[in-house]
Write a protein that binds this ligand. Structure first.
Ligand code: PEP
Ligand code: MG
Length: 584
């Protein structure tokens, strides 16, 4: 029966497809479509891995010491029985035959199905057998890992189909990912993936997982609470990324309605695409810089494709995440920054120094649950200053990349004069080290992010030391309102239009203008077309956002007359409830 689950809208558009449930612990399993002519060989891989595990277990049983506890051999015998059970064997093969999943994916899909069945069992003893199934699957996966992957696995994303979506379709239908949680690093891994949309149980609108989903430009809903419990493997699901709703098992009428909405969205995108080469100039002649936020050097192609005039935020921390603590060295970073700089063909690239911590852990094993308030802990520049050797390597890499094009350095989370001083000293030191090595480097402009209220209230200090400022409204909102941006349970209070947040944003823009230093906004506010007029009215001339948002914001810019927006923007600023004025 059809039902809806409400969450938070994070990436626009509609996706319709079958659900793929992925447990966080198995996200690293390869998800590939095989070619139809590979079904046989993929099943052979699966069978070979299963047979190898059977052999392994039989060997263990045969060589078990006489004095080993009886339960041990009992467990191994249960595992052997499970391996020969059709619920693991034949049912797993069906995912390969009917859906063309690769062996690992088929196995974990079937595991999700079985886990549900075990969870629903009344009998506690039987419920606990779930662990046995997991262990058996783990063993088979390990064997598969050792075996070669299918040679021509098609990892290409399947485009959502526009027409004739029939509920009995099996092959060639879009897939949507449903997970309890996805880390930003997981999301990055899924960037090249097969999924047409995402749903997660946890996460806020500006959590980094949501941010990466937005950069992938596919419909996504986060904070959908128990979605991963309610949706079953292979259910039909509609993700409405505009409304933040998912509909499970939709009726044909609802399906048709959303199919129509999907087509309208495509038409709108087509229309916006025509604005690519139109300069972003307001009706009264103000030129506005629309820049791109990127996570990887490869994202520069998407930035250029929508006519971005530069990169306003390269979140360099994505180079550092999910590497089990083995951080990228100077040369690896230099290659990545240089690739981004060259990818922009002479347009400026703003590289933000590493901002890990809070909801961007270096990797899962180091997720800092021990610290009660990681967002208030050692993240961003605080971590960099605590690890000067790591920071110096990054600074040298950025300075070297600056020899290949226009580069700006951007420092996150600064609050104290002492932090500013130490940062500038380290930048000088990085230059000295390069001089000593005789290595080439280029000039850089230095900028500070304004994302801690303390910084927004000490603007003169920041403007004295830095060439430009960039307002991180995601964190500025989080820290001004004391609302964890990644926590869906307080998402209703996370309000970028709170008068206090707007006041800090407005003052930063005004103070920059007064002292003749550029100010940009690079938080999600900059990419929200509903905020464009207000930010223009407050004097903002530089907006940095995901490439997927640039054309919509450009459309707002082209329709705006800034000279008529200034008084209105001041009225919004003075209002107790700015949101009401914005809608009016
Ligand atoms: C911000 O805080 O607004 C910002 C742009 O940085 P991040 O979202 O990466 O914390
Ligand atoms: Mg931030």
């Amino acid at each position: 029966m059809s039902f809806a689950i409400h969450g938070l809208a994070v990436a626009r558009g509609v996706a319709i497809g079958r659900a793929v449930l992925v447990a966080s612990s198995r996200l690293d399993v390869v998800h590939n479509f095989i070619q139809p002519d590979q079904v046989k060989s993929e099943i052979a891989r699966l069978n070979a891995a299963r047979d190898a595990v059977i052999e392994e277990l039989q060997r263990l049983l045969a060589t078990m010491p006489k004095d080993a506890p009886g339960e041990l051999s009992g467990v191994l015998e249960v595992h052997l029985l499970l391996l020969q059970d059709p619920s693991i064997g034949a049912d797993t093969r069906r995912w390969v035959v009917e859906r063309h999943y690769n062996a690992e994916w088929a196995l974990t899909s079937q595991l999700e199905v079985l886990s549900r069945q075990f969870d629903q069992m009344e009998d506690e003893y039987l419920r606990e057998r779930k662990a046995d199934v997991e262990q058996v699957v783990e063993r088979v996966l390990r064997h598969l890992k050792g075996a070669a992957l299918p040679v021509t696995a098609a990892a290409a994303r399947r485009e959502p189909r526009q027409h004739d979506l029939a509920l009995d379709d099996t092959l060639d239908v879009p897939l949507v990912l449903v997970a309890h949680d996805l880390s930003p690093a997981d999301m990055l891994q899924f960037k090249q993936s097969v999924y047409a949309g995402f749903v997660t149980d946890v996460g806020g609108k500006t959590s980094h997982t949501a941010i990466v989903a937005r950069s992938m430009d596919i419909p996504a809903v986060v904070g959908a609470r128990s979605a991963s419990q309610l949706v079953r493997q292979d259910d039909w699901v509609i993700i409405d990324g505009d409304a933040g709703v998912i509909i499970v098992d939709p009726s044909p009428i609802i399906l048709a309605e959303y199919g129509y909405k999907q087509r309208q969205g495509e038409l709108e995108r087509g229309r916006l695409a025509r604005l690519k080469n139109t300069p972003a100039v307001t009706l009264d002649g103000q030129r506005i810089d629309l820049l791109a936020n990127i996570e990887e050097p490869g994202d520069t192609a998407a930035a250029l494709a929508v006519g971005a005039v530069g990169v306003g935020l390269f979140r360099s921390e994505f180079l550092f995440m999910g590497r089990q603590g083995k951080l990228p060295g100077e040369d690896e970073q230099y290659a990545a920054y240089r690739a981004a700089v060259e990818g922009m063909h002479g347009l400026p690239v703003t590289i933000r120094t590493v901002d890990v911590g809070a909801d961007k852990p270096l990797d899962e094993s180091r997720h800092d649950a021990a610290h009660l308030n990681p967002a208030l802990g050692q993240r961003a520049i605080r971590w960099c200053l605590a690890e000067p050797a790591m920071f110096l390597a990054q600074l040298r890499a950025i300075l070297r990349a600056a020899a290949h094009g226009k580069v700006q350095i951007l420092i996150p989370m600064l609050a104290h004069a002492s932090e500013i001083r130490q940062t500038l000293e380290l930048i000088d030191k990085a230059r000295e080290q390069l001089d000593q090595r005789g290595q080439a480097y280029g000039p850089v402009k230095l900028g500070a992010m304004i994302e801690v209220p303390a910084a927004a209230l000490s603007l003169r200090l920041f403007l004295r030391y830095f060439d430009y400022l960039s307002i991180g409204t995601n964190d500025l909102t989080q820290y001004t309102l004391a609302i964890d941006r990644a926590d869906e349970s307080v998402a209703n209070l996370y309000d970028q239009l709170h008068p206090a947040v707007l006041r800090l944003v407005a003052d930063t823009i005004a103070e920059g203008a007064r002292l003749g230093k550029p100010v940009a906004v690079c938080g999600e506010m900059a990419g929200d077309p509903d905020m464009t007029r207000l930010l223009l009215g407050l004097g903002l001339r530089s907006f940095s956002m995901h490439p997927s948002q640039i054309l919509q914001v450009k459309q707002e810019v082209l329709r705006a007359d800034v000279s008529k927006l200034t008084d209105w923007a001041q009225a919004v600023l003075e209002s107790d409830e700015p949101a009401a004025l914005l809608e009016g």
